[in-house]
Design a protein around this ligand. Structure first.
Ligand SMILES: Cc1ncc(COP(=O)(O)O)c(C=O)c1O
Length: 481
């Protein structure tokens, strides 16, 4: 294989190789299942170091475009282009109304109802925020190795910022996502919920103005309510937060913080472009506003996404948070934050005061998953399954939902977002669906105050459940339309 390389370009050679192969894969020039040249063969044919090819392949793997098979080499994944016969065009276009409120508080009820439902058998749980469980056979092996390597640490307390090995492995992973960080910038937290809570408590005081996307993650709204912050909900468009409206409110209200989920947004599944990210940080710089970037879902992308907003941050305005809950196991409670500059040390102190440090066993298990390469293989497996499930759900929506319903087309993650006409009795539809063992949650929890009728639908379900569940919901919607 020949790859045209510009050895005088400012783009590093490994990125040029990755970009070239990425284009070939995405335009179907390298079909799914095709074997890539071996590392040795490619390094010889384009005359680069083997490590350069390894770096390029690692990035393609992290992008979800290729996967390694032990002893056999690298192969092209099934990609987004495999969605034959589907309309990959979203009609999602909600009215652009800003909502101002003192935060909302139904997170507790939603969360406990969802846990309760998960324990019931035969429920199709479209309301869930988590992937289906799929890694139990490897968990025992990984846990055993993690225990053997770190058992002496269980009898000691640890540093609040978390284990060095885990921070090193996370830093390596983030560099592949386009975010250059050092281990010193990372603080391990008890899930990203704690990271959100620590950051919001540290940056905000009662009556401070905060910007959120509307709709947004209800767990963040719950924290803001507790803090008695004043919240401005800027509507989402199909491209992300409406930046014109954002600028208006930055001007008039001078908020302290913007909370944003730039990649595979919860609940809409929308991913913003690099231009949107750069415009957002420019506005934050102009109006001296901090950004809290929540990137809980990037590991579940089906195709490359732009680097996080934090990658464009030259003034330490952005605090970045993420988690292993969506990709590995929510029960481990391992998340992390990247904080650079003057806010880093105070946030380490906040973490210490909160719960000293994250469980050393949980940290060791995540480190072992990352270091063994199992995490990467697991993500590839999840992406392939999730992509199939997403396509099945889109197909079912096209078959069973009336035209009046709009939905988003996420390029990864776990759920899509449906927008229903205003007069539909959404609560009634939810309770009737439950009588057919289909659990859906009204989208109301994701809004500050009153939003529009909506549902977040988790597509990580068995094919027959997707077909059955969407048919039931579609039938109920038609009944009330
Ligand atoms: C956007 C977002 N951020 C943070 C969290 C918290 O997750 P965890 O504390 O399990 O990392 C969630 C969970 O649903 C989420 O959707």
């Amino acid at each position: 294989m020949n790859i045209p390389l510009d050895r005088h370009s400012s783009t590093p050679i490994y990125l040029q190789i990755r970009n070239h192969l990425s284009r070939l894969i995405q335009f179907g020039k390298m079909p799914s299942g095709q074997k890539l040249p071996s590392i040795r063969a490619l390094s010889t044919s384009i005359q680069v170091n083997k490590l350069t090819v390894i770096e390029a392949y690692s990035l393609l793997e992290a992008d979800g475009l290729i996967h390694a098979r032990q002893g056999s080499g690298y192969f092209v994944n099934r990609t987004i282009t495999a969605a034959s016969g589907l309309t990959l065009h979203s009609t999602f276009a909600p009215s652009q109304e800003v909502i101002i409120s003192q935060g909302e508080g139904s997170f507790f009820e939603q969360y406990t109802a969802s846990i309760q439902a998960r324990r019931q058998r035969n429920i199709i749980e479209f309301s869930s925020g988590f992937p289906s469980i799929s890694i139990s056979e490897n968990l025992q092996r990984v846990t055993k190795r993690a225990l053997a390597k770190t058992k002496d640490t269980f009898f000691r307390e640890d540093f609040p910022q978390g284990q060095l090995l885990l921070r090193q492995l996370i830093a390596q992973m983030l560099i592949q996502q386009g975010l250059e960080v050092s281990t010193e910038d990372i603080i391990i937290t008890t899930g990203s919920q704690q990271a959100l809570s620590l950051a919001m408590q540290y940056y905000l005081r009662k009556d401070d103005w905060v910007i959120v996307e509307t709709p947004t993650y209800h767990g963040a709204l719950g924290i803001l309510k507790n803090l008695q912050a004043k919240v401005i909900g800027i509507p989402m468009t199909v491209e992300g937060m409406n930046l014109d409206l954002l600028e208006q409110y930055l001007k008039t209200h001078r908020p302290k913080l913007i909370y944003t989920i730039s990649t595979l947004h919860n609940p809409t599944g929308i991913t913003t472009s690099q231009a949107h990210r750069q415009a957002l940080i420019k506005l934050a710089q102009q109006y001296e506003c901090l950004i809290l970037e929540d990137n809980a879902y990037e590991g579940l992308k089906f195709q490359p996404v732009p680097p996080p907003i934090k990658a464009f941050d030259r003034q330490n305005l952005v605090t970045y948070i993420s988690t292993f809950s969506k990709t590995l196991m929510p029960g481990l409670r391992v998340g992390y934050m990247v904080v650079t500059g003057e806010h880093h040390q105070p946030l380490v102190k906040e973490k210490l005061l909160n719960d000293l440090h994250v469980s050393t066993l949980s940290q060791a298990i995540v480190s072992e998953f990352l270091a063994s390469g199992y995490y990467r293989r697991h993500l590839n497996h999840l992406r392939i399954n999730n992509l199939q499930s997403r396509n099945l759900m889109l197909q079912a929506l096209e078959s069973y939902f009336p035209d009046a319903i709009a939905w988003t087309i996420p390029k990864g993650g776990l759920f899509l977002w449906t927008h229903l006409p205003n007069h539909l009795p959404i609560q009634e539809i939810c309770s009737q669906a439950l009588s057919h063992n289909v659990l859906i949650a009204s989208g109301a929890a994701f809004f500050l105050g009153l939003g529009y009728p909506a549902m977040r639908l988790n597509f990580c379900q068995r094919p027959e459940d997707i077909e059955y569940g969407i048919k039931i919901i579609g039938g109920l919607i038609k009944k009330y339309l």
